[in-house]
Design a protein around this ligand. Structure first.
Ligand SMILES: CCCCCCCCCCCCC[C@@H](O)CC(=O)SCCNC(=O)CCNC(=O)[C@H](O)C(C)(C)COP(=O)(O)OP(=O)(O)OC[C@H]1O[C@@H](n2cnc3c(N)ncnc32)[C@H](O)[C@@H]1OP(=O)(O)O
Length: 245
């Protein structure tokens, strides 16, 4: 059942502050954000439906990534605009938090799943694909309805509760996928630069991937706690003082 904010889902002072912010956001920026969020909701919905149809028709996850990869690559890469939105001040979100979130996704899509065909049928790939899809359908529909000032409470609730389980599940899917890629990367030496070479620099993608895996340890809790703070602010009306980047 959908009840809107106006039905009493929110808190008076917070709503007044929100609508003040919204007024300051120019009409053009709002129109762009509505277009962007509708397009992204539609894109991730198409991806979700394609995954369900694939699984029903084939009865296996093997080949699923291959069949949806074009849609995934397009919409996940399009999400780079989110960093631009923060940077130019169209949305009031930290460039750093959004940048880490988006760059880790882009990295997974292009430098892992796209580049290493041998791991595309891993269950962990399906795990992060399903998790991302549920997250993004919820998140972009939340932004869309919010901008239209008709936010059904269950979408708001889903946006600020699903992540509690989905975030660790997505991270598990991503880390297991990188882990599965390690033997192939080590064997082939892909994306690596060995000495001697004319630039006199060496780079080992295998060790780079290990560093990326370890970087989840300090970075993921920051994103998770950021979302927990947003949850308290939006669902319980707590005033949170955020540090500027
Ligand atoms: C080069 C190699 C790099 C490797 C790096 C390795 C390190 C990796 C560590 C990190 C791991 C991340 C793994 C991740 O991929 C796993 C998953 O995603 S699993 C799925 C679960 N995930 C989630 O639920 C999080 C999804 N992501 C997000 O929600 C955002 O990206 C995040 C930036 C985290 C959210 O923060 P934000 O502050 O934006 O939250 P809000 O939604 O509350 O928004 C704040 C205000 O901004 C307004 N806003 C934001 N975006 C829009 C938009 N598109 N349209 C309109 N309005 C927008 C929003 O309404 C809020 O406004 P207000 O303050 O007025 O209420």
């Amino acid at each position: 059942m959908a009840s809107s904010e106006e039905d009493g889902g929110g808190n008076g002072a917070v709503e007044e502050k929100e609508s003040g912010k919204r007024r300051r956001l120019g009409a053009l920026a709002t129109a762009w954000l509505i277009f962007y969020n509708v397009a992204m909701t539609a894109g991730w919905l198409v991806l979700g439906i394609a995954m369900v149809r694939f699984y029903i028709q084939k009865g296996t996850h093997r080949g699923l990534f291959r069949s949806v990869q074009k849609t995934l690559k397009f919409f996940q890469t399009f999400a780079l605009l989110e960093v631009v939105h923060c940077a130019v001040g169209v949305v009031r979100t930290s460039v750093l938090v959004t940048g880490v979130q988006v760059s880790s996704r882009i990295f997974m899509v292009w430098f892992i799943a796209h580049s290493i065909k041998q791991i595309q049928n891993e269950e962990s790939v399906i795990l992060f694909l399903v998790v991302w899809t549920v997250t993004e359908i919820t998140r972009y529909s939340f932004y869309t309805f919010n901008l239209l000032n008709h936010l059904p409470y269950f979408i708001k609730w889903a946006r600020y509760n699903f992540f509690i389980i989905l975030y660790p599940a997505g991270v598990a899917g991503e880390l297991l996928t990188i882990y599965a890629a390690l033997p192939y990367v080590k064997k082939t030496g892909m994306f690596s630069l060995r000495l001697p070479n004319k630039y006199n620099v060496s780079f080992d993608y295998y060790y780079f991937l290990i560093v990326v895996m370890f970087s989840y340890v300090p970075l993921f809790p920051q994103l998770y706690f950021h979302m927990l703070r947003q949850r308290r602010r939006v669902l319980h009306g707590e005033v949170i003082v955020e540090k500027d980047d």
